[in-house]
Design a protein around this ligand. Structure first.
Ligand SMILES: C[S@@+](CC[C@H](N)C(=O)[O-])C[C@H]1O[C@@H](n2cnc3c(N)ncnc32)[C@H](O)[C@@H]1O
Length: 357
């Protein structure tokens, strides 16, 4: 079915049921098997796709995360069946260098919502188990990694009213087009807002990330012992107050560029919001996990990436003096890739939540 089919189905749905919450719309726009951006269509995370991520930028990202997996393996006493689960594994650009960097082989599972990504993963990494549903997995000891996935989990949208209360934006149809309308806020959304957005001024728009907290709960259920590592754009609740200004952080991407309003052509573009890492950490600490929040540049540097940059740079300079020009270029591009991963206003400004049990 084509994308206009998805929009027509959403129009039919709101005509039948009345205005639907934005998170329900976003669920369909991203994950519907007949027209959702991830649920159907080609592989999205690649140079020719819609966005470029840290693992797609450089194999150094996955290779550096291998050091984290190694330290958890040792912390847990090298258990048999130690499992590496990557959620939203895309093309395999993170898992491939990670597994190459280890001198042992963990059981590895890639959980993917996209059929095209699942097929790409089976082709690229035949030894990796590929799954579409967390309910198919048993509990394990190991590490869960999710890079640029939680920002896609459906959000509700709330607006702070003049009197200090909240309204919720719902999706409605004014005829052929989808539009946003304001409605009373649902009780679960209100509870989330009270916990994580109490200081937002009137007129402020907030993406309420209930689905992200629920996702964290599902990952914790899977993890007997080990760590969950969430890497994404976003900030603490306080940081988001400044970052999102009044208009919220919801945006869309298509072919590497910011795209149109999320209600235009549902299914044709990525819909995403900055992750509220305080809310995500709270979902983990409430279940007894220890949480630590890093910036990506600090996290990767602690795992040795900055040292690797310096080493490549030294070798590049040595090759420049009396070595092989091709090798010099290869080292130069490695240095550039690492600088991109650590750039303080780019990927380096991403956040990394490490939740351990
Ligand atoms: C922005 S891409 C990132 C891909 C990869 N992690 C990377 O960093 O290159 C998001 C990926 O997560 C997948 N995805 C989105 N929501 C998901 C979910 N709820 N469960 C599993 N995979 C999901 C998408 O299909 C897509 O491949």
């Amino acid at each position: 079915m084509n994308r206009s089919g998805l929009k027509e189905r959403i129009v039919d749905l709101v005509r039948r049921e009345g205005p639907i919450p934005f998170d329900r719309f976003m669920e369909m726009a991203l994950y519907d098997p007949d027209g959702g951006f991830f649920g159907s269509g080609p592989l999205r995370s690649q140079a020719e796709g819609d966005f470029l991520t840290s693992p797609e930028t450089s194999g150094e990202f996955g290779a550096t995360l291998a050091r984290f997996a190694e330290s958890e393996f040792r912390r847990l006493g090298r258990p048999a069946g130690f499992t590496l689960l990557e959620v939203g594994a895309g093309s395999g650009a993170l898992l491939s260098p990670l597994l190459t960097a280890l001198d042992w082989t963990p059981r590895t599972v890639a959980l993917e919502a996209s059929p095209a990504a699942r097929e790409a993963l089976r082709q690229a990494l035949p030894a990796v188990e590929v799954a579409s549903d967390h309910r198919d997995l048993d509990r394990f000891r190991g590490v869960v990694i999710a890079n640029e996935v939680v920002d896609n989990l459906p959000v509700a949208i709330a607006v702070r009213a003049e009197e200090g209360g909240w309204a919720e934006r719902r999706v409605w149809s004014d005829g052929a087009d989808l539009v946003l309308v304001e409605a009373p806020v649902r009780s679960e959304v209100l509870a989330w807002l009270k916990a994580h957005a109490a200081d937002v001024p009137s007129g402020g728009v907030v993406e309420c990330q209930l689905a992200a907290s629920n996702w964290m709960g599902r990952m914790i259920d899977l993890l007997e012992a080990g760590a969950i590592v969430v890497i994404d754009y976003g900030d603490t609740s306080e940081g988001l107050l400044l970052r999102r200004r009044r208009g919220g952080t919801l945006r869309t991407y298509r072919a590497h560029h910011l795209s149109r309003h999320p209600l235009d052509e549902p299914g044709s573009m990525d819909i995403t919001a900055d992750v509220d890492f305080s809310a995500l950490a709270r979902a983990a600490t409430d279940r007894g996990l220890q949480c630590k929040l890093y910036r990506q540049d600090d996290f990767l540097s602690e795992l040795g990436l900055d040292g690797r940059r310096a080493e490549f740079r030294q070798r590049e300079l040595a090759e420049a003096r009396d070595g092989d020009p091709m090798e010099r270029l290869r080292l130069r591009s490695r240095v550039k890739e690492i600088e991109t991963l650590l750039h303080p206003r780019g990927f380096g400004d991403f956040r990394v939540l490490v939740a351990t049990r």
